[in-house]
Design a protein. Sequence first.
Length: 402
Amino acid sequence: MYTTVEDDKARPAGGWPERNVIVVGASAAGLFTAANVARGGRPVRVLESRPRLEPAARTLIVTDHFRSQMAVVARQSVINEIRRFELFTDGRSAQIALKKPDLIIERSRLIAALARDARHAGASLCFDSRFLGVGANERGLRLEIESGGKREELHADSLVGADGAASRVARAAGWPPVDTVPLVQAIVRLPKDCPPDTTRVWFVPDDTPYFYWLIPESAERAALGVIGEHGRDTKRCFENFLEKKKLDPLEWQGARIPVYQGWVPVRRQIGKGEVYLVGDAAAQVKVSTVGGIVTGFRGALGVARALLKQRSREELSALRRELGTHWMIRRALHHFAQKDYSQLVDLLDLSARESLGEIHRDESTRLLWNLVRRQPRLLLLGLRGLLMGNSIRNRGPLSPPG
């Protein structure tokens, strides 16, 4: 039995039942894992270091695949729908109409909805509980935590690290650290010439090998953001871009985003226990666009199935292929110059734009081959980008080895 008060710590009374799972981190992927495992009948406890559930606000954009993944939770967290993309570079532009709308979600709403869902499924949420380390015991795992300023020892059969790119669970269990890049985002008033159902993307390789974006939250507000490689330079370029677009920040948002550079094995054995990683802790991020919500949920679902002794290999293998395709795309784009992006936009004829509108980013392999079939010159441009990457050293974490 456990004494559980919502938004308070659940403390064991008489020890844990058999086959219990501890999830470290009340992240989106962590809560999604907990809900799925609890529904499968295993006792689940989520440890969160913060004193209460207060996730940082951040405006996110996801594909329509999120709706089928999340069902009711999706309805509680979607704040806008995007039906068109506009791409800009060096005076050129291209418009892409989406067959199925992208969804704008607010991260704090999503986390709150996932927490309600996890509790409803039977998981316990424990706050002010900081993970310190893990080792083996006779049955499985022994965890050391700090709870309410006091050190405690917990025991579990399985541990899930869902504590972000700087995962303490991953370090304690022997996984190598993952590289991260800075994300800077500002909430601004939606420009009068931008419809609330349209996302804008600017490719400015002198500023960043990634891109700037404007995603409307509503008819009044939007999130303007950028991914960079170095925090100070990224912020300086972003402030210059804000000034150039004559936009004033109403509030600031930021994060460190993991960079996928190859599949991170999600399971390790410690004694008789098992440790898993999900979400950002396993760098389950589409590195082409640096989006990790949908892919993180896919990784979480695969781990949940593994914990329930269900078929998980298929889900995780499909995710690995998906992330690998995005990594190949990013390696091709990462060293593009302005002229390469100009050529890219010029090559997006009606047929190529139809592919981009019909097939979403979470089906990258299908999307890539449809694009190449409809516009073969895109393949040559991508191959040139890969060759450029192979000839450049030390530009950033995505520079391929020589």
